[in-house]
Design a protein around this ligand. Structure first.
Ligand code: ATP
Ligand code: FE
Ligand code: MG
Length: 332
């Protein structure tokens, strides 16, 4: 079974080819145009997808050594995401499906982030838990099979990626600041500054209080020392990162205790964070979990994760009619 998958939910245009559950290619074109605006500009993203989609699909097919005539199905990200961006990928996939007379498979972007853990060996066994931490979402998902995914906890305000990016912005770092906080945190003391951990019931998360606490903390300290941030950047970054990670790991621990599940994964762009990766490993060793993290190229937005999800849908005969349309928000 050979599947071409397209991902265009935000600011990455990506195409991947998968054959019998193996990813043969995963090509990602990132859009540099947004950097100067400090965030993704939806209209510019749609236009860049329009320019990128044909060459990106060509590259993915070439790298996989496949031709259009080899394809058994065409998959695309249906939701959630920026509607203009999603429309480009959806229309392209539908047109190709119609032209080749091959089935169309719509994929939920957040389910795909979770199932990215099924791409490479070793793979988690079912049921497993996945902490999905990305730019727009923070969720703990219980995955009983490739077709049965359930959110058992999620953020009630900001996502973990937003917490990183908004904190970075307060420190005067460019967008997206998450990777920069990670970089500076490496040489800082995580226990130098104490930021509050919110008390949220159940398995849900909250990050907006942290952002406010950081804002007041910086205002207070720059009053007496205008160079406070520059002089303490590493320690501030390490302390912020430490708190975000403790919020995430404490809920993840709670989820494994409540469910009794020992196979534990992370997914999404923030799973690139070196502190979170170490924390998962260390907590996992202590709690006797089997831990899994997708390869870096499958953590941030990519079509490989769409392809693997579509592969399981194909096996179950879950095809999508040509009348399907993308949507910015999506139920599970
Ligand atoms: P969603 O999937 O929720 O729609 P998204 O796909 O845009 O959102 P991703 O691309 O998965 O999100 O992740 C982007 C986020 O990951 C950004 O907030 C970015 O700052 C964060 N991020 C990436 N690398 C790191 C890192 N090393 N440390 C912390 N955060 C990071
Ligand atoms: Fe994503
Ligand atoms: Mg992104």
């Amino acid at each position: 079974v050979t599947i071409l998958a397209i991902e265009s939910s935000c600011d990455e245009t990506s195409a991947a080819v998968c054959a019998d559950g193996k990813i043969l290619s995963n090509f990602i074109a990132s859009q540099a145009v947004h950097e100067q605006y400090g965030g993704v500009v939806p209209e510019l993203a749609s236009r860049a997808h329009m320019q990128n989609i044909v060459p990106v699909v060509d590259k993915a097919l070439k790298e996989a050594g496949k031709q259009l005539s080899d394809l058994d199905a065409i998959a695309f990200t249906q939701a959630p995401g920026l509607i203009g961006s999603l429309l480009v990928g959806a229309q392209f996939a539908k047109s190709l499906s119609l032209a080749l007379n091959k089935p169309l498979i719509a994929v939920h972007h957040m389910q795909a982030h979770v199932l990215a853990n099924l791409i490479d060996d070793p793979k988690p066994s079912f049921p497993f838990l996945c902490l999905t931490v990305s730019g727009g979402h923070t969720q703990i998902v219980q995955c009983d099979s490739p077709h049965q995914l359930r959110i058992i906890g999620e953020t009630i305000d900001d996502a973990a990626g937003e917490a990183f990016d908004k904190s970075a912005k307060l420190l005067g770092l460019p967008y997206p600041g998450g990777p920069l906080i990670d970089k500076y945190a490496k040489t800082g003391k995580p226990d130098r500054f104490k930021f509050p951990e919110p008390q949220i019931p159940g398995l849900d998360f909250s990050f907006s209080g942290l952002k406010t606490a950081i804002l007041y903390f910086l205002q207070e300290n720059t009053k007496t020392n205008p160079n406070f941030v520059e002089e303490n950047l590493a320690d501030i970054c390490a302390s912020i990162q430490h708190r975000i990670i403790s919020i995430l790991m404490n809920k993840l621990k709670k989820a494994t205790i409540e469910t009794g599940i020992k196979d534990v994964c992370i997914a999404g762009g923030v799973s690139a964070n070196s502190g979170l990766r170490t924390a998962l490993k260390e907590t996992g060793d202590k709690m006797k979990w089997n831990t899994f993290i997708p390869a870096f190229q499958y953590c941030t937005d990519n079509a490989g994760m769409i392809a693997i999800t579509a592969y399981y849908k194909f096996l179950a005969g879950e095809y999508t009619p040509l009348t399907a349309s993308p949507s910015a928000k999506a139920e599970w």
